[in-house]
Design a protein around this ligand. Structure first.
Ligand code: TTP
Ligand code: MG
Length: 413
């Protein structure tokens, strides 16, 4: 059941990072290793380095990227294993399958770490912390691995949070300014994205060692010492601001559909019927990808191959068929002069795509739109189960110049 008895977060990001990943997989597959100081990496005889160590081995000072020889000296009783990458990849896929139940908007950073944008998942699954807990529990139950989770309004804070109480950490970054400051202030500046050892040292000579000190530092003073750009970046982070989107890596720039007709269309009604079909399909694909469009373009090619493209911008981004269809019809009617010719090709494309996390102001405010969205989602589910033709609008079923389905049908992405 959808839950609504809580404040929806305008933006909700999770960062999930598995604990001592390679070592945990080894202990899972070879239970006799459980609870022992365990090091995964090149064996100490050679010139190898440590990939990772169990938390038991970390107590001796062993850490990733340390020469294995050094690790063996620090922790002489450690059990050693060489990495088995294909097994780790397999486990990583199992973890990803858990993520995918909650959102499509995920950005893997490595085999054991990912950002998830769950802004749009709240209606269905509840508040972000509930979603985070469920993911943590399901990873444990289904893959046998332990994960740490950070819940926040942006990527930077979520990543900081997941690391605060490892292993098996679960930290929700407070959304009130005092709570946020209490969490950020004590952190060393080296924890900030973009601050390497050199910059940390530089900042320290300027009297800035912690994020709290950075947050109250004088912008002009810092700007003169470390540059305006770096200063702007660091002050944003020090105030917990970060608007980078969760990058799925495969987000299309646009989603569209076009069709060249066997016989040029002359009848306005037939053209609009095509546009309605396109709008239906394009909006379903937007919803499937969790995207909304700020813009729509119409493409029209006349019998003599003259081609027009026309564009409109929406006040609020949409993933529904109606606005796309209405804009297409409007542009066709008032902004394209067919000069008495037939139309050889029509196309409708949703552009300027955004995720719910990037677009928040109007989110869920319009109840009517929310109802239409739910209806549209029900249609999507039917289509998934019974195929494309399961649900077709009345208008599309009319006979007449039914010209879709030619080999020229093209998906444009
Ligand atoms: P991390 O997430 O950095 O480390 P971890 O999962 O072992 O431990 P934790 O997150 O609890 O601190 O890296 C994930 C895996 O990537 C790690 O298990 C092994 C591998 N790795 C290397 O091979 N070399 C490295 O230098 C690092 C940092 C990681
Ligand atoms: Mg990890």
């Amino acid at each position: 059941m959808p839950q609504t008895r809580f404040d929806l977060w305008p933006r909700a990001i999770l960062h999930v990072d598995l604990d001592a990943f390679y070592a945990s997989v080894e202990a899972l597959d070879f239970p006799e290793l459980k609870g022992k100081p365990l090091i995964v990496g090149g064996l100490p005889g050679g010139r190898g380095v440590v990939s990772t160590a169990s938390y038991e081995a970390r107590r001796f000072g062993v850490h990733s990227a340390m020469p294995s020889v050094t690790a063996a000296r620090l922790c002489p009783n450690a059990v050693w294993r060489v990495p088995r990458m294909d097994r780790y990849l397999e486990k990583s896929r199992e973890v990803r399958a858990v993520f995918e139940r909650y959102t499509d908007l995920l950005e893997p950073l490595s085999l054991d770490e990912a950002f998830l944008d769950v802004t749009g998942s709240q209606r269905l699954f509840g508040p972000p912390e509930t979603i985070g807990r469920r993911i943590q529990d399901e990873i444990q139950a289904e893959t046998g691995l332990s994960a740490s989770v950070g819940v926040a309004e942006n990527k930077f804070l979520a990543k900081i949070a997941s690391d605060l109480r490892k292993p098996r950490g679960f930290v929700v970054v407070p959304r009130d300014p005092a709570g946020l400051r209490a969490l950020l202030d004590p952190l060393p500046v080296a924890r900030l994205w973009g601050v390497g050892p050199k910059m940390a040292e530089r900042l320290e000579t300027l009297g800035v060692r912690t994020v709290g000190q950075l947050a109250v530092a004088d912008r002009a003073f810092l700007g003169r010492r470390i540059g305006e750009e770096m200063t702007g970046h660091l002050l944003n982070l020090a105030h917990g601001r970060d608007d980078r989107p969760v990058d799925t890596g495969d987000r299309p720039k646009s989603i569209g559909r076009e069709n060249t007709f066997v016989k040029d269309l002359r009848d306005r009604e037939a053209m609009e019927r095509e546009l309605l079909g396109f709008a239906d399909e394009v909006s379903a694909r937007l919803r499937a990808k969790g995207l909304k469009a700020f813009g729509v373009t119409l493409k029209v090619r006349l019998g003599d191959f003259t081609t027009f493209t026309r564009a409109e911008t929406f006040d609020e981004p949409t993933d529904l068929a109606e606005p796309l269809f209405a804009a297409g019809c409007r542009m066709l009617r008032s902004r394209v002069d067919c000069r008495g010719q037939g139309v050889r090709l029509l196309g409708l494309t949703a552009t300027r795509l955004v995720t719910p996390g990037e677009w928040t102001p109007g989110l869920f405010r319009d109840e009517g739109a929310e109802k239409r969205r739910r209806a549209a989602e029900a249609v999507d589910r039917l289509r998934d189960r019974f195929g494309e033709d399961a649900v077709t609008r009345g208008r599309l079923l009319q006979d007449g110049e039914q010209t879709t389905g030619t080999p020229n049908d093209r998906l444009v992405e």
